[in-house]
Ligand binder design. Structure first.
Ligand SMILES: [Zn+2]
Ligand SMILES: [Zn+2]
Ligand SMILES: [Zn+2]
Length: 270
């Protein structure tokens, strides 16, 4: 097939890079000598959870965890148009200080999208940033907090919030075209199901084998993914109880663990 001219090519595809696929402790975990933490398989090394979405006219980070600096260096990320937050837990927001580099490169404030509770968590956790008395300058990240009230656009990407439950806490997953990212969840809200029809790729939380109060176990994640019925499902937010290769060997067809550095190219945008 001939490549269409550039003016027709914009917005035809979205590229997804998995920046981190680990739970809040990361894998290896500090001081742990288990087989996964000692594994030499690079897919068993998991930074804190985040994905990077790129289309022709948008570059969007989903969450900004404590490994953001390392992730941006590893993947040579030099442009971010917006950060979209799923919720305000530490493993999803503690990279906010590193937004200063993007502020400097882009010469402006970073649009940060989240629900009201997430933006509140960011204001509390980074109180000094929002203190009107704090001296302005290079020491403070410049953040433009934007509450999510429904689907919103960043460049040519339209992001559809998808309501899920992280234990009892309502948080957000996101859909962009035929890709959906649902991290940190233990149940889907009723309204989520129709928003997840016809997916090419679903990314879903699967913390470990044993049940957990605020995350899907692997069995629960497999069952939920089966009901959603995406063409392909990739699990994320794994702890060291799930070694990559051995776990993948027993997953149903069309379902695998994601891993840091995995890139999905050319997902259709419409
Ligand atoms: Zn371990
Ligand atoms: Zn969380
Ligand atoms: Zn988390």
């Amino acid at each position: 097939m001939n490549t269409p001219p550039a003016f027709l090519r914009y917005a035809l595809a979205v590229r997804v890079t998995f920046l981190g696929t680990g739970t809040s402790h990361g894998v290896p975990s500090i001081g742990c000598e288990c087989a996964t933490c000692r594994s030499t398989d690079p897919r068993d090394n998991r930074l804190r959870p985040s994905v990077f979405l790129q289309s022709d006219r948008a570059a969007v980070l989903v969450d900004a965890g404590p490994d953001l600096r390392q992730q941006a260096l590893r993947h040579r990320i030099s442009r971010v148009d917006a950060i979209v937050f799923t919720h305000g837990h530490a493993d999803h927001i503690l990279g906010i200080d590193d937004v200063r580099r993007f502020n400097a490169m882009m010469n402006g404030a970073m649009p940060c999208y989240g629900d009201a509770s997430t933006l509140d968590d960011i204001r509390k956790t980074f109180g000094y940033v929002f203190d009107p008395a704090a001296p302005k300058g290079g020491a403070l990240p410049m953040l433009e907090l934007r509450p999510i009230g429904g689907p919103f656009a960043v460049g040519d990407l339209t992001l559809q919030p998808v309501p899920v439950f992280h234990g009892k806490k309502p948080i957000l997953g996101f859909r962009a075209a035929s890709f959906a990212y649902l991290t940190d969840c233990s149940a889907l809200a009723d309204e989520a199901w129709p928003l997840l029809e016809g997916l090419d790729v679903l990314v879903l939380d699967a913390l470990r084998v044993r049940p957990h109060p605020t995350h899907f176990s692997l069995d629960q994640a497999v069952a939920t993914a089966g009901k959603i019925g995406a063409r392909r499902t990739l699990f994320t937010h794994m702890c060291h109880d799930l070694p990559h290769e051995a776990t993948n060997a027993r997953l149903p067809a069309g379902m695998q663990l994601a891993y840091d550095g995995l890139v999905l190219d050319d997902l259709p945008l419409s």
